[in-house]
Design a protein around this ligand. Structure first.
Ligand code: UDX
Length: 405
């Protein structure tokens, strides 16, 4: 292995790559190998890893290591159900990973290197959405073979063609769609809840955007309450039923931590997701600006945080505001009563109210009128940013002011 002195002599190219391996040795090793290759090509390397696998930083003196806490409960960590662990890991690491990126990107201004991208594992399916928010491209390092990957990706077809669940009498049968595999070669995992495998696979394969791609223009309502709001179980269920009863397709961000005293979706009634029959897509985090810019999105049920409000206006998407605290109350009032770009739900969170509001914005002419007004606001907002526009000029003045110090 090269020494630190030798490695320091390698010319650097000013770009830093973040690598985030899954905490299993078979996934860590290839990630460290590709990191070493990239390092030899001039890239600086930052490794983010969970506290479950302390890595031996001494072996890689030229890499920067950051540990994040996966904080699995004892029961979660001790289960042999690897699929359940993967789901728990993906839920638990969103916030620590996000915090780590905040820290890294804030110090990047004082470092010589700029961040080029994040390389991660396909089973870290939450990473893409978070990285997107930091405008960092992601590259997936597939740590198993292409053939195995294709077999995993074929799960929906295997289920449709009744190869799954596997029947003992069929073990030797060839899988015509995936030669040379036989039924007994299907890459299965023992798991308490077989649907979890689908959850992981669809989370790896189906991003918010590919789900939106399947929908007609302006047909989907996007639902998100920002990064801070907490709601209780009753509110959560009222929103869930309001969305379901509206019969309008919805993309809903349920952050782990959004619902007090819940891990994620376990408070939803049994069979709720199945009952939606694909009409709802629930994710832990979404690339919000990309979602709002997507042609399929026709409305936004929001807490009315200021960033969300501006992003919605800049993409011409009318809002339904369900404010919770602080400035959200003021924003909701302006959105609904002054600018008339949306509705304001100002009573108790109730399913019927949500259902009606969603239909008003998404289906009725009232929504169409809001859409026309918001396009006008979008144009005005864009003009502000152009040379001569008010925001542009304010920024110029600010820069002059700072330069005058
Ligand atoms: C907080 C306050 O709650 C809000 O009232 C205040 O106006 C700003 O500070 P937050 O609740 O996080 O903000 O809401 P908001 O201002 O809307 O910001 C959320 C940001 O996270 C947005 O830029 C949004 O694009 C992003 N986001 C949110 C995502 O990218 N994906 C998500 O899934 C959710």
């Amino acid at each position: 292995m090269e020494t630190k002195q030798e490695s320091c002599r390698l010319p650097r190219n000013g770009k830093r790559v973040i690598l985030f391996p899954l905490p299993y040795q078979g996934h860590i090793n290839p990630m460290l190998q590709i990191a070493s290759v990239l390092y030899s090509k001039g890239f600086s390397i930052t490794i983010i890893h969970t506290n479950l696998n302390p890595l031996n930083a001494c072996n890689y003196p030229h890499f920067e290591f950051h540990s994040i806490s996966a904080s699995l409960s004892e029961t979660e960590a001790s289960t042999e159900d690897i699929v359940a662990i993967l789901i728990a890991l993906n839920a638990k690491c969103v916030v620590p990973f996000w915090d780590c990126l905040v820290k890294l990107t804030s110090i990047s201004n004082v470092q010589e290197d700029s961040f080029a991208c994040i390389i991660t594992d396909p089973l870290w399916y939450f990473v893409h959405a978070v990285a997107n928010d930091f405008k960092l491209p992601t590259i997936i390092l597939q740590t198993n073979s292409v053939s195995a990957y294709l077999a995993f990706a074929a799960y929906p077809i295997l289920r449709e063609k009744c190869y799954l669940p596997i029947q003992d009498s069929q073990l030797e049968a060839p899988i015509i769609e995936c030669p040379p595999l036989r039924v007994k070669d299907i890459p299965i995992f023992e798991t308490g809840d077989p649907k979890n495998v689908d959850k992981v696979i669809s989370a790896m394969d189906e991003s918010c955007i590919s789900w939106l791609d399947k929908h007609a223009p302006k047909s989907v309502i996007y639902v998100s309450f920002g990064s801070v709001v907490n709601i209780d179980e009753t509110e959560f269920l009222e929103i869930a039923w309001g969305l379901a009863n509206s019969r309008v397709p919805f993309l809903w961000v349920v952050r782990p931590g959004l619902v007090r005293e819940a891990e994620w979706l376990e408070l939803l009634p049994k069979g709720f997701v199945e009952m939606l029959d694909g009409r709802g897509h629930i994710v832990k985090w979404a690339p919000q600006q990309e979602v709002l810019a997507h042609p399929a999105v026709g409305g936004f049920l929001t807490h009315g945080g200021w960033n969300s409000t501006l992003e919605s206006i800049c993409e011409g998407v009318p809002m339904i505001c369900q404010p919770y605290f602080g400035d959200q109350m003021v924003n909701a009032r302006y959105i609904s009563h002054v600018w008339r770009l949306g509705l304001h739900l100002d009573g108790k969170v109730e399913r019927r109210e949500i259902e009606i509001a969603v239909r008003r914005v998404m289906i009725e002419t009232e929504g169409q009128e809001m859409r026309e007004r918001i396009l006008y606001s979008k144009e005005k907002a864009n003009l502000c940013l152009k040379p001569g526009g008010s925001s542009y000029q304010s920024l110029e003045r600010l820069i002059d002011h700072i330069l005058s110090f």
